[in-house]
Design a protein around this ligand. Structure first.
Ligand code: TXA
Ligand code: MG
Length: 314
C-alpha cells in the first residue's frame, strides 16, 4: 500500500498500525509534512534515512503528543519545562541531554548524548502519535537537499511510492520548519530559526538567545558539537583479517570467521539499522579486548555508516 489517503479517523488508525508494524507514514504537522517511524524501531528509522537519501545519519526529532512526556526522554531543566508550557503544542523543538542510555534510541539520536523533541500543533499529527502509542521520529518528508513539503502532493512528488502511506491533512499552516533551540548548556542557542521567534524566546526566558554560527538552515554539525558514541575498546575499520583478540563485525557474505555480521546479505539499510546496537554489544563482550570491522561500501547509507565508524575508530 502506498499513496495519499484522507486523514480521517479510520485512516489515522491504519497509519498508527503501519508505524507499529515498522512502516513509514508521511503526516501533516503545523510546520511541514514529516516522514514518520516508531522511534524505538531502528530498522524503520534506518529506512527514513534511506528513503530521504540523507548522506549521513542526522539526528531526528522525536514527536510526542503530550507535553508532559518530555521528561521521560530528556533531562528537561526549568527553562525547557517553562518554554514547553508556553509554546507547546507548537513549532518549537528542544535539543536536550538524553535521560537514559536507551540503545534503541541510538539511531534516532545519531549516536549523540542528546535527544531532540517536539510536540506538534496539528490534530492529525497528535492523533497519529496517539494511535501509534509511541513517539514518532520524523524529519521533513522530502528527499535530502530539497524543499520541505507543505502538502501531501508535494510529499508524493518528492518521495513517491517509497512511503507506506501519506496522510493528507491539507496545507501546513506554518510552512517553515520548527525553531530548534539547544538547551544542553546554560546558554540557550538557536540552531534553526522557525515558527517561534528568537524575540519570543528571549522575552519568555528573560535572557539572551544566542545564534549558532554558520548557516541557520544547516546547524553546526552535531558530530563536531557533541560527543558521538564510540566504543571504549580499540576499534579498527576496513579490516579483512582480524587478530585473535579482536571481535570481528563483518558486512556481506564470505565471512565465516566473523562473530557478528551487520548484514550477511550485504544490505546497507539493514547494516545501518544494526550499526549502533552491534557496536555497543561488541564493546560489552568480555571475550575480546578489541573490535574490528570489515570494509563497508561508501554508497547510499554506507556513506553515513563510514562517517560514523571513522569517528569511532582509533
Ligand atoms: O518542523 C519540523 O521541525 C519538521 C516537522 C516534521 O516536525 N521536522 C524537521 O526535521 O524539519 P528535519 O530532520 O528535516 O530537520 C531537523 C534538523 C536537522 O537539520 C538536524 O540536523 C537538526 O534539526 N538536529 C536535530 N537534532 C539535533 C541535535 N541534537 N543537535 C543539532 N542539530 C540537530
Ligand atoms: Mg528537513
Amino acid at each position: 500500500m502506498s499513496g495519499i489517503f484522507k486523514a480521517d479517523t479510520d485512516n489515522i488508525k491504519r497509519a498508527g498500525a503501519i508505524i507499529n508494524g515498522g512502516g513509514l507514514v508521511a503526516f501533516p504537522t503545523e510546520t511541514v509534512y514529516g516522514l514518520g517511524a516508531n522511534v524505538y524501531d531502528r530498522h524503520a528509522v534506518a529506512a527514513i534515512f534511506a528513503v530521504k537519501g540523507r548522506p549521513t545519519f542526522n539526528p531526528l526529532i522525536s514527536h510526542i503528543s503530550i507535553p508532559e512526556m518530555l521528561s521521560e526522554y530528556a533531562a528537561a531543566d526549568s527553562r525547557a519545562l517553562f518554554l514547553a508550557k508556553k509554546f507547546w503544542p507548537g513549532p518549537l523543538t528542544f535539543v536536550l541531554p538524553r535521560v537514559e542510555d536507551e540503545p534503541s534510541l541510538d539511531l534516532v539520536c545519531a549516536g549523540l548524548n542528546t535527544i531532540t523533541v517536539r510536540c506538534p500543533n496539528h490534530p492529525v499529527a497528535l492523533a497519529l502519535i496517539n494511535a501509534a502509542g509511541v513517539p514518532i521520529a520524523a524529519p521533513s518528508a522530502n528527499r535530502s537537499q530539497s524543499i520541505s513539503p507543505t502538502t501531501a502532493a508535494a510529499v508524493l512528488e518528492s518521495l513517491g511510492e517509497s512511503v507506506d502511506m501519506i496522510l493528507d491533512g491539507g496545507r501546513c499552516e506554518v510552512g517553515v520548519e520548527s525553531t530548534i533551540l539547544d538547551l544542553t548548556t546554560n546558554k540557550a542557542v538557536l540552531l534553526r530559526a522557525g515558527g517561534v521567534t528568537r524575540e519570543e524566546l528571549e522575552a519568555a526566558l528573560n535572557e539572551p538567545v544566542y545564534l549558532s554560527d554558520g548557516n541557520p538552515d544547516k546547524p553546526t554539525s552535531p558530530g563536531q558539537l557533541l560527543k558521538h558514541y564510540a566504543p571504549s575498546k580499540k576499534f579498527r575499520i576496513n579490516v579483512i583479517e582480524p587478530a585473535a583478540d579482536e571481535l570481528f563485525i563483518a558486512f556481506g557474505a564470505g565471512y565465516g570467521n566473523a562473530q557478528m555480521n551487520l548484514s550477511p546479505a550485504g544490505d546497507l539499510r539493514e547494516a545501518a539499522a544494526n550499526l549502533f546496537a552491534f557496536m555497543r554489544e561488541a564493546d560489552k563482550n568480555p571475550n575480546y579486548a578489541k573490535i574490528a570491522m570489515a570494509p563497508i561500501p561508501s554508497e547510499g547509507v554506507g556513506l553515513a555508516i563510514n562517517d560514523r565508524i571513522r569517528r569511532a575508530s582509533r
